[in-house]
Ligand binder design. Structure first.
Ligand code: ATP
Length: 486
């Protein structure tokens, strides 16, 4: 038996080669690879001896980004169990549903989330991450043999289109994820990566896996806040930042915006990056921005590099090494450039399946992403939105993302969401929810006028609502169903 690849195996081989190298800096601790290896093995034995964790068990983790979360995740996987990463933005009832659907046998949680456990059945054993240090100190042993079957990680989808689904990811296929990303993003061995995206989400987890494969140092704060994140980036000389697009907006708005001269790469994923935001961010922080399009199921499908974002600001770029993207019609035929169709992706990092046994649509070995988009004549991918978000107004198909991109060009607009509302005459009509920058004004007619000059008539929102902020989930995605008053 061997540890192989994956979070625990990667960490162990880094520890064997370079035990004194710093693996993690969080707000409280600095942990070297050698210490991390020892702590994780001791924690794994403590979880087995004191909390009965066995191979195949499902252990939930409800944690903010911290060294304790990474240690817990690795210890569970090292035991051959499954670590189920729970989105900290879920409501009490959703957490209860996840605990039930995923058949959790133990829930590890930060004390911050005690209030969210009200609906979780009392017979589900819980363990506070505050107790991890004590468990490690009193652990029976640091000796650990590889399990017969490797452990795995269950990532929950964001639940944008319904209840979050558990997507099982076994340790990724060797160095494929790293080889694929570095074919488009200049990451180096020993990279110092600030991971602002939540580790419970597929994007934050991917960043952790990349960091381990690069024998790098991961820098974390529990929550993203522009000032403290930038302070930590500068204090640790971080060379890359892994974030979600809404964080870029907040970095630009932070009072007395801070420079981050060591940053060579700012990589975002998880939701659409609008063209105007990409341009404003690069004007302020330099040409360091990379936009990754992907999903929990498909891993990353395409990556836009700064040059592409300068020439085509809203683009999702091109598939990295080892990945294919196809735009197919509803009947499965390949569509020519500039025609909008369903986005399919193929690579060797696709997920293994949902934990509840349901499937996803495939076309050969390509997986349906659930998004629609098009390729430009020179092969750049544009994501036009989710299939489910498409609005049919008077028989015309409208993709809200295209309308959002146009409205976002207005300098007064801070953020915007577009969706369809029921309409007796047209079936659906377009509505826009707009939050303006502080102190700015623009009226609904001016917004309609701006869109009318740039898009087809049926893309002009009939309803325009001004709001203070858009409802977003923990990964910064707009939760469209919360836009509508209940
Ligand atoms: P659920 O499947 O539960 O509804 P979800 O699909 O939102 O949740 P994720 O896997 O977190 O769960 O999100 C993937 C989706 O996020 C993609 O299918 C796409 O719609 C969107 N997305 C991610 N990155 C980008 C990007 N760079 N540009 C545009 N859209 C993106």
């Amino acid at each position: 038996r061997r540890w192989g690849f994956g979070v625990f195996g990667e960490m162990r081989s880094a520890a064997a080669r370079d035990p004194g190298r710093v693996a993690i800096h969080d707000e409280h601790r600095t942990v070297t690879y050698g210490e991390l290896d020892l702590r994780v093995r001791r924690l794994a034995n403590a979880l087995r001896a004191g909390h009965g964790v066995r191979p195949g068990d499902r252990v939930g983790l409800l944690c903010e980004n911290s060294a304790a979360m990474i240690e817990s995740l690795m210890a569970v996987v090292a035991l051959g169990a499954q670590a189920v990463l729970v989105n900290t933005g879920l409501g009490n009832a959703q957490i209860e549903a996840v605990a039930h659907d995923q058949s959790l046998s133990l829930l590890l949680h930060d004390d911050t989330f005690l209030g969210m456990l009200a609906a979780v059945p009392p017979n589900l054993p819980r363990l506070s991450t505050e107790r991890i240090d004590g468990l490690i100190v009193r652990s029976p042993s640091a000796d650990l043999d590889p399990p017969a079957e490797p452990g795995s990680i269950v990532v929950l989808t964001s639940g944008t289109t319904g209840a979050p689904k558990g997507a099982r990811r076994r340790n990724p296929a060797g160095l494929a994820p790293l080889a694929s990303v570095v074919s488009r993003i200049p990451l180096n061995a020993g990279e110092r990566m600030f991971v602002a995206a939540p580790l419970f989400h597929t994007w934050g987890l991917a960043a952790l896996q990349l960091c381990l494969a690069l024998r790098g140092t991961i820098v974390l704060t529990r929550r993203f806040a522009p000032a403290s994140t930038l302070a930590a980036v500068n204090a640790h000389g971080c060379t890359s930042l892994f974030a979600v697009p809404v964080m870029l907006q907040r970095m630009l708005e932070a009072p007395g915006a801070v420079a981050a001269p060591t940053l060579k790469v700012v990589a975002v994923s998880g939701s659409a990056l609008t063209g105007p935001l990409a341009t404003r961010f690069m004007d302020a922080y330099g040409d360091v921005l990379y936009n990754l399009y992907g999903s929990t199921e498909a891993s990353w499908a395409s990556i836009a590099v700064p040059k592409e974002l300068r020439s085509a600001p809203g683009t999702a770029g091109r598939p990295p090494h080892g990945t294919r993207v196809a735009i197919l019609s509803d009947r499965g035929a390949k569509l020519p450039p500039n025609e909008v169709g369903r986005i399919f992706v193929g690579n060797d990092m696709l997920f293994e399946g949902y934990t509840n046994g349901t499937g996803r649509e495939y076309h050969g070995d390509l997986i349906a992403t659930g998004d629609v988009g098009h390729l430009s004549a020179d092969g750049l991918l544009f994501v036009d939105g989710r299939e489910d978000d498409m609005v049919i107004s008077g028989g015309e198909n409208v993709y809200p993302a295209a309308v959002e991109d146009v409205i976002a060009e207005l300098p007064q607009v801070r953020e915007v969401a577009v969706a369809g509302v029921l309409d007796e005459e047209f079936g659906q009509r377009l509505a826009a929810w707009i939050a303006l920058h502080p102190g700015e004004r623009v009226d609904a007619d001016a917004v309609r006028e701006y869109v009318r000059h740039r898009l087809a008539r049926f893309s002009v929102p009939r309803d325009v609502y001004f709001v203070t902020a858009l409802p977003r989930n923990a990964t910064g995605k707009v939760v469209r169903r919360q836009l509508f008053p209940s």
